[in-house]
Design a protein around this ligand. Structure first.
Ligand SMILES: C[S@@+](CC[C@H](N)C(=O)[O-])C[C@H]1O[C@@H](n2cnc3c(N)ncnc32)[C@H](O)[C@@H]1O
Length: 492
């Protein structure tokens, strides 16, 4: 087998997040986005010992797992979802197995409590960033998701199954309006054009909607004054028959070269630049750029799990690191002595402070800053720590500083089990033991999953036991005790 060869065969399994595994000539080849059980044709794109990769060319035969009724019509073309053709129960089994395999490789024996399903498996997302573009060069204006495996092409997502009907109405109306005006989308290579993204957030509990049109400042592309174009768009959206209510319509300027929704100035076209969502009886004000879990009903399951893993917080000082809009902090605050949240996005920190005040919680402190820079200077002494880092996990230097607090219990919430796997190696090396693990599926149809881990600090005896694995040695209890004591003597 060499680079460029065509290979075909059955995908044996899928590793997190989307790595289909095919064995060709007894070699493991990773084929992204191929599903277990599919017979595929692929082209070898990288050939390295034990690390070969192939590009999926064609699915020759579907997988016996692909029995979902009425899957999303965009599936396959759209890069958003991976598992739309697989029934939800089977998706859960796949994700659970992936996380178990990753943790088994680094954790030895630990209690794994399975995977909790999202309360709803369709129309669950409260946020989407739709992109403007075209599906093929020079094709009609599209508004939706990036085509699977493509950085440039965009496909429409008018029938997207993971969002509420209101999202779809906003998307279709916006695309039809701008296509009718012949307004060009922003071309990333040429840095030309006007339309970039449509950001939509819709609270599940309150039905409040915040939508933002993100454009460049290249107003010379417009057929008339920008203000008139935006005014018409606003009217059109406000006239839509929606189940929810529009709380705010925004125009966000973004002239950056990177393909991200970035704020170079926001104009409120209608209403306000925030909306409210409710979780576990608390109310949260959410601004366009602050992190908020994208599946509100799933977030209640996640936070409830975190609360049960944290256990007794009465009279305790809790650190909520990577706190976003302060959701976990506020869920724990009613019983705790004090909760300190640290979050890098200032807007989220302000929202967290306001939310805590509105929820009548006076024992929460929110600090704006990078955990890496802030954590060493915190003056409170924590009894418990919650870690809910972004996808890359905790910076190794920050993790060591966090471990130095020496708390008895930590709860690590992870949205990327491969990063969690890496961080668990350090946590265990430095004396923590994995006490409980479970997954919470917040992202049906897609490859993602949340994992919650309870870690407890080992005492010296337990630490020695784990390090030396004394149980594996054929020692009597008396010999073990003597060994502990000798080692403890050496250590001290
Ligand atoms: C997975 S979210 C968790 C947020 C929150 N715990 C929740 O459940 O809503 C991770 C958060 O970490 C923040 N973040 C990313 N890097 C950070 C850093 N270096 N220091 C502090 N916060 C950071 C992000 O802005 C985001 O709000």
């Amino acid at each position: 087998m060499k680079k460029g060869d065509r290979i075909s065969g059955i995908i044996e399994k899928i590793e997190f997040p989307n790595k289909g595994i095919l064995y060709a000539e007894e070699e493991k080849v990773v084929i992204k986005n191929a599903l277990p059980g599919q017979k595929v044709l692929a082209a070898v794109s990288k050939k390295r010992k034990g690390k070969s990769e192939g590009r999926l060319l064609e699915v020759l035969e579907p997988s016996p797992l692909e029995t979902a009724e009425d899957p999303c019509p965009h599936f396959g073309l759209c890069g958003g979802c991976l598992y739309q053709t697989i029934p939800y129960e089977t998706q859960l089994e796949i994700k659970e197995k992936q996380v178990r395999e990753l943790l088994d490789a680094v954790c030895g024996d630990y209690p794994f409590e399975g995977i909790k399903a999202s309360p709803i498996s369709g129309a669950y997302r409260n946020k989407m960033e739709f992109s403007f573009g075209d599906a093929e060069k020079g094709g009609p204006l599209c508004l939706g998701m990036h085509k699977r495996g493509s950085f440039y092409d965009v496909v429409n997502a008018d029938h997207c199954r993971i969002v509420h009907e209101d999202f779809r109405k906003l998307l279709t109306a916006t695309r039809t309006y701008f296509a009718g005006l012949n307004v060009p989308f922003y071309r990333k290579l040429q840095h030309e054009g006007y339309l970039r993204h449509l950001l939509v957030r819709r609270a599940v509990k309150t039905g409040e909607i915040l939508a933002a049109l993100v454009t460049t400042g290249q107003t010379e592309c417009l057929p008339k004054e920008e203000a008139a174009v935006l005014e018409e768009w606003k009217k059109l959206i406000l006239e839509l028959k929606l189940e929810g209510t529009v709380s705010g319509l925004l125009h966000i300027r973004n002239d950056s070269l990177a393909d991200v929704v970035q704020d170079d100035g926001t104009e409120i076209l209608f209403g306000q630049d925030f909306f409210y969502e409710e979780l576990l009886g608390l109310r949260f004000r959410i601004t366009p750029f602050s992190f908020f879990q994208t599946n509100s009903l799933g977030a209640e399951v996640l936070y409830d799990t975190v609360r049960s893993y944290v256990g007794d917080t009465e009279g305790k000082v809790v650190f909520d690191l990577y706190s976003g809009t302060g959701t976990i902090a506020q869920i724990l605050a009613p019983v705790a002595e004090k909760v300190v949240g640290v979050e890098i996005v200032e807007e989220a920190v302000e929202a967290a402070r306001e939310n805590a005040a509105q929820n009548g919680l006076s024992n929460c402190e929110f600090i704006a800053g990078d955990v890496l820079k802030v954590v060493g200077g915190l003056t409170d002494k924590p009894d418990l720590i919650i870690l809910d880092p972004p996808r890359d996990g905790v910076h190794p230097k920050a993790l060591n500083q966090i471990i130095d607090f020496g708390v008895e219990r930590m709860v690590y919430v992870s949205c990327k089990p491969t990063s969690l796997q890496r961080d668990l190696i350090i946590l265990q090396e430095r004396g923590y033991r994995v006490e409980r693990v479970c997954c919470v599926d917040m992202f049906p149809g897609t490859a993602n999953v949340e994992t919650v881990v309870l870690l407890s600090k080992l005492n010296t005896k337990q630490h020695i036991e784990v390090e030396l694995n004394l149980d594996e040695l054929d020692l009597t209890d008396v010999e073990k005790k003597t060994t502990y004591e000798e080692i403890r003597g050496i250590c001290s």
